[in-house]
Structure formats: C-alpha cells, structure tokens
Design a protein around this ligand. Structure first.
Ligand SMILES: [Zn+2]
Length: 365
C-alpha cells in the first residue's frame, strides 16, 4: 500500500519538476553537528515532515485561480486564469500527488480559530495545535503553549528547523526556540551557526542583508532568500521537521496590488514544486516524507485585508502529499476543523503523537 502510494507519488513528483525553478547549486557537503543534549531522548522515527505556509492566501486563488472581477478592477486581462495555470504545483499536489481540505463546496470548512484573523495568532495555532485566543494582534508577545519546535526538539535536539520571511514569526516559534534552528527575518533566530555554516547559505545571508526588507519593511527577508535557505538546509542538514513561511503575497495584498499578490503566490507555488522534488529525492533515499502546504489566514473579497470583523478572512485550506497521505483530490471535512488540527497531524506523522485531534480526512498515521 505504502509502496504503491510512494511510486505514484514519485511519478507525480517527476511531473512537478517541470514546473519547478532550477535548484540552487549545492554547496560542499559538511559534517552535520546537531545540537547536543545531555538527556537521552527517545529515538525519533526517520520520518520527515515539511510544512510550507504561504502567508495570507485565499482559498479562491488556490482552488479556482485568478479572480476575474478583481483582475478587471485592477486592469489586467488575467492570464493565467485557472488554478492549474496559476498554481500548477499546488494543483498537482492537490489533484494527483495528494489531497486537499477546504475546497469550496466540499464538506465542512477549515478555519483559523481567531478570534482575530491575523498572522501571529494564526502561526501560534499552526505551531502549537491550540487556538491562541490570548493573541489579538501581531504584537501580543510570545506563544504560551509548546510548539512543534519544542516537541520535536525535545526528542531530537536540533532536528526541527523553522524559517520565516516575517521577523515576528519568532514569537510563535517555540517556548524554547533553542531546541531547534530558527531563522526569522534577515537576522532573527536561534542556533543560526547551524544555518550559516555552509558557504552557500552564508553567502545568501550576505545577499539578503544587502537586498533589504523589500517588499516589506524592518527585518523582513525576501521570500526568495527564505526559500533558498530552507531548501538548502533541507537537502544538506536533513531536519526531521522543516517549517517554512513565505510572506510577500500578504504584503502585496495589503498594498491593494492584486497582480503582485498573484505573482508572489506563483513564486511560492514554484517553491512548493522544489519542496516536492526534494521530497521525492528524500523518499528515494529511504525517508518517509510528507509535504503539507497551508496558510495562516485568508483575506476579504478584495483580497486585501484580514482580521477582526472580516469573518471570511478566517477561512483557510490545506494540501498534503507523501507519506501518510492516502487520500486523493478534494476531500470533504467530516466536521468543521481549525488550524489547531495541523500540529497533531505533524506529530503523528513523525511518530511522536496519536492521530486524535488531527486531520483524519487527510492523514493516516
Ligand atoms: Zn497580513
């Protein structure tokens, strides 16, 4: 069963490569030196879970493609139009290589718990598996429950890695971020010596610093740098958990630039294709790899704002493929579910938790 699923996935992954951007040149392989611990943790299974969060992407673009009325309003004819043309890699993962929840008209909805549909509470919920009702803005302080970085790091120190373009993501990362490698924005994080010990990644750090925060501000790191760093870290350091967030689409959405929002989404889709290709390589090397793509919140009808008083911006989606994903296509949720269901599923796929409270419609682990 698993073998069949893996072979089918490999075929689909091969097709994905056609959509992916060229991979960055690999740096010389270096001896891994994971974070040491004096404790004697239980061995973690040799499973790998990759979570890609594309910040603030509506279900409309993922499942139905370019919004024609918005394209008209913003003055462009709007090709590509369909979901398969706009986000070919997500479409392939959703329809052939894996499955999706949150599709329009298919079962119950997947939502951020809120009550405000902003990024920091969304990421706190994604990472901790609990609603962050104590977090009402992006400046609410730090997460108050153990996260995936805490849980994986407890069992295998250094085996969890988190990357984010958005510097504030560090507040959602972990109760004890030093248990993993965390890189948020151009300069934030913990155990960054693990990240920048390769020549390529050290040079990406220099280039990201020189590029500045565009298209955002402060310590924001461009998505291309976040993606390149995360991909190289996955290929050469082999974390058990890779959690990556890219954020440019959200920035362009707030700027009321629908065309740039779509372009940022397409770049994130290309990155998803690269992660799929990397997953294929890992599975061929004997790993059991799962890729999950989701978002922290949706947006309003103009694809512009999200937050309190905009209930439609609480609607989200998730697409997954690989080990433990036996469903195919758009799967109906049997009951309304929230972003809190993602983390328990990740732990289950890693062999660190039971399936309860997860997403049984997508994952069997
Ligand atoms: Zn936003």
């Amino acid at each position: 069963m698993l073998l069949c699923a893996a072979v089918g996935l490999s075929v689909a992954f091969e097709r994905v490569r056609a959509h992916a951007r060229p991979a960055y040149t690999s740096p010389p392989r270096q001896r891994p030196s994971p974070v040491r611990s004096d404790t004697n943790p239980e061995p973690i299974h040799a499973n790998t879970v990759i979570v890609l969060v594309i910040d603030g992407i509506r279900w409309q673009e993922v499942f139905t493609g370019v919004d024609r009325s918005l394209a008209r309003i913003h003055g462009f004819a709007g090709t590509p139009r369909t979901a398969s043309e706009l986000v070919p890699n997500l479409h392939l993962l959703r329809t052939e290589a894996g499955a999706a929840v949150g599709a329009p008209g298919v079962g119950h909805t997947l939502r951020a718990s809120g009550p405000v549909y902003r990024s920091l509470p969304g990421y706190m919920e994604l990472l901790s598996g609990r609603p962050a009702e104590y977090c009402l803005s992006n400046r609410c302080g730090s997460v108050r429950s153990p996260t995936l970085i805490d849980r994986v790091g407890e069992h295998a120190p250094g085996a969890a890695a988190l990357f984010g373009s958005w510097p504030h993501l560090i507040h959602a990362a972990a109760l004890q971020p030093e248990r993993g490698m965390v890189s948020t924005g151009r300069s934030g994080g913990t155990n960054l010596e693990l990240l920048y010990r390769s020549q390529l990644r050290a040079s990406l750090r220099v280039r990201a610093a020189a590029a500045g925060p565009a298209p955002s501000k402060g310590d924001f790191r461009g998505d291309a740098f976040t993606a390149a760093l995360a991909l190289d870290y996955l290929n050469h350091e082999r974390p058990r958990l890779l959690f990556v967030s890219v954020g440019e689409a959200d920035v362009w959405g707030h700027a009321n630039n629908y065309g740039a929002y779509l372009a940022a989404l397409q770049r994130a889709d290309a990155f998803a294709g690269e992660l799929l290709a990397a997953s294929t390589r890992l599975n061929r090397a004997g790993h059991r790899t799962t890729l999950i793509v989701t978002t922290d919140h949706g947006r309003d009808r103009r694809a512009r704002e999200h937050g309190p008083g905009i209930p439609e911006s609480g609607r989200v989606w998730a697409i997954a493929g690989g080990f433990g994903v036996n469903a195919r296509g758009d799967v109906p949720l049997e009951q309304p579910r929230t972003l809190s269901a993602i983390a328990p599923s990740v732990l289950c796929l890693l062999g660190l938790g039971a399936a309860e409270a997860g997403l049984p419609e997508l994952f069997s682990c």
